[in-house]
Design a protein around this ligand. Structure first.
Ligand SMILES: [Fe+2]
Length: 320
């Protein structure tokens, strides 16, 4: 049977989005939205494929992080994986308080690159104006009860649930939850997770409980936080830029420099016209200076190793 999505796109026999409606194209980027997908049943995300992927993931492309009692960033520490099978890694994560973020999936395995391009082809088919570049895909395997603290991201984002259940809080995309100053600070520092959070913000959040086959997308720079339920989670993150997002980012960097370095309060945020172009020149001239700290994800010294036999699934390197 042809779905509405198939009829609309004409060509897609086996779409990744299993219930896309024309109205979803109208909503995309304007409000938080939940879509259905079939990646949790895709061969690239079978238990065997996930085990093989994590077993061989290159050291320079993953971060393994152990989180503290209350999920505060101050108690995070970085670890590494040495000589474990994929199954042993996943069972250690299932028993521990860690997450592994496997960045740059398409670079590590071209099969995921083809999948990513297929997803964007499908979205561009549904939304003819939607054109993307600097696409990225990552895979996150995280322990039961892992948390991602309140933050906002600079690229376009979506979160795809493969295994387990997460509760995602999506907050209003306006003050006091998010302000231009906060986004400028992220753009200049490269650090997403030190946005101020108040408990009462939750009263204003849209809360989504997402399981396998759910995908969440929200408007650019929307603040959000994520709590795993008490189960192992596997999730895919997808990032992209469009021409509008690229220009927004350039204006954000320029406004951040004007505000924090030159003491000028920027009043305009337009992404076209002479105001935009002068900011494009400003941020271009200054973005390699110390005013714009380049994204700093350099490897920290690993403090622990994953170990499925150890209590909590990790062993300190000093004691190893
Ligand atoms: Fe995020």
């Amino acid at each position: 049977m042809r779905t509405e999505a198939n009829q609309r796109s004409g060509m897609l026999a086996n779409p990744i989005f299993t219930a896309w409606r024309a109205i979803d194209g109208e909503r995309w980027g304007h409000e938080p939205m939940l879509l259905r997908h079939r990646l949790h049943e895709h061969p690239l995300f079978s238990n065997e494929a996930l085990a093989r992927l994590v077993e061989n993931y290159p050291r320079e492309h993953y971060n393994l992080v152990q989180w503290g009692e209350h999920g505060s960033t101050g108690s995070w520490r970085e670890g590494e994986i040495v000589g474990l099978s994929g199954d042993a890694i996943i069972s250690a994560i299932a028993r521990g308080r860690v997450w592994i973020n496997m960045r740059n999936l398409p670079l590590v395995d071209p099969g995921y690159g083809a999948l990513m391009n297929g997803i964007f082809d499908e979205l561009e088919d549904y939304m003819p104006e939607f054109r993307t570049f600097t696409r990225k895909l990552g895979l996150l395997i995280s322990s039961p009860m892992s948390r991602t603290l309140y933050h906002a991201d600079l690229p376009g984002q979506s979160l795809w649930q493969i295994r387990g259940v997460k509760r995602v809080y999506v907050y209003p995309n306006k003050a006091p939850f998010q302000t231009p100053e906060m986004i400028e600070r992220i753009a200049l520092s490269g650090v997403e997770v030190n946005m101020a959070f108040e408990d009462w913000y939750d009263n204003h959040a849209k809360v989504f409980e997402i399981g396998p086959g759910d995908m969440l997308h929200w408007p650019l720079n929307t603040p959000h936080r994520v709590d795993n339920l008490d189960c192992l989670n596997v999730s895919m993150t997808m990032e992209y830029f469009t021409e509008d997002i690229r220009r927004t980012h350039m204006v954000t960097v320029a406004n951040g420099i004007l505000r924090s370095k030159l003491g000028v309060t920027p009043r305009r945020h337009s992404i076209s016209g002479p105001g935009f172009w002068s900011k494009a020149v400003l941020q271009r001239a200054l973005r390699d200076t110390r005013w714009v700290r380049r994204e700093n994800r350099a490897r920290r010294r690993p403090e622990f190793r994953l170990d499925p036999e150890a209590p909590g699934g990790v062993v300190d390197i000093a004691a190893a």
